[in-house]
Design a protein around this ligand. Sequence first.
Ligand SMILES: Cc1cc2nc3c(=O)[nH]c(=O)nc-3n(C[C@H](O)[C@H](O)[C@H](O)COP(=O)(O)O)c2cc1C
Length: 245
Amino acid sequence: MDFNSNDFQSFVSSRRSTRDFLPTPVPDELIEQIISDGLTSPSWSNTRPILVAVAKGDVRDRLSKEFLTRWEAIKGARGSIFGKIKAVLKRKGLPTSNWIITRPYHKDLIKRSKNQGRDFLSHMGIERDDKKNRDKAWARNYEFFGAPVELFVFTHKSLGKYSASDAGLFMQNLILSAHSKGLGTCPQGAVAVWEDAVRKEFEISKNYSLLCGICLGYPSEEKINSFNANRPKPSEIMIPEKVRK
Ligand SMILES: Cc1cc2nc3c(=O)[nH]c(=O)nc-3n(C[C@H](O)[C@H](O)[C@H](O)COP(=O)(O)O)c2cc1C
């Protein structure tokens, strides 16, 4: 195959998460092509333990509305004990899945997450203590950042982390395929907290659980899309050999 690896390097590094989209629809054939490219990934014993629910049109709009309503009900609960009690009493908006998102990061990981938050807020000109605008920025997740398509990725429960690994490999191929076609994407853990709402719109076996969403569409020129998240150096994740005594 005639292939220049420098081209791959510049292509892969030019992908960034997109967080503002044009309303331009994405044709069904294109969505299917991108999913087909996703499926060129390796898979555990080729079992493909994943399902994808494609939300567009009325389904997309209904889910966005439902998520925004739940987010409105829960947003005050963060950081205040009274807010938490109120949320529990109201029972509206509490996560029905993926509780992991509500827990603090482990000390091994919190620094990178904090740096990401700081860099992002600074890029957007939002002060750290400006809760109103921070909440507004987060709420954009539930509008799918204006994307006309939201993909919900489900993984088979039986294979545990290998299902998640398969889904990750699939998603990255899909994301790069979209990028090659001028489309933007953003994986979204934010939408994984209300799996029950997604299940109301799609027939999904109980053997699968929601991993995350991915919004898909044509990127706008908004400033948010020029945010460049930090990329660690290889040495930051490479484990040194044990020193032999
Ligand atoms: C599984 C997963 C879930 C994510 N969830 C969200 C999310 O809910 N909202 C969001 O804005 N970004 C989300 N992201 C995007 C990450 O913040 C982003 O990939 C990271 O900061 C690196 O930036 P880049 O994708 O532009 O290289 C998620 C990424 C992954 C892989």
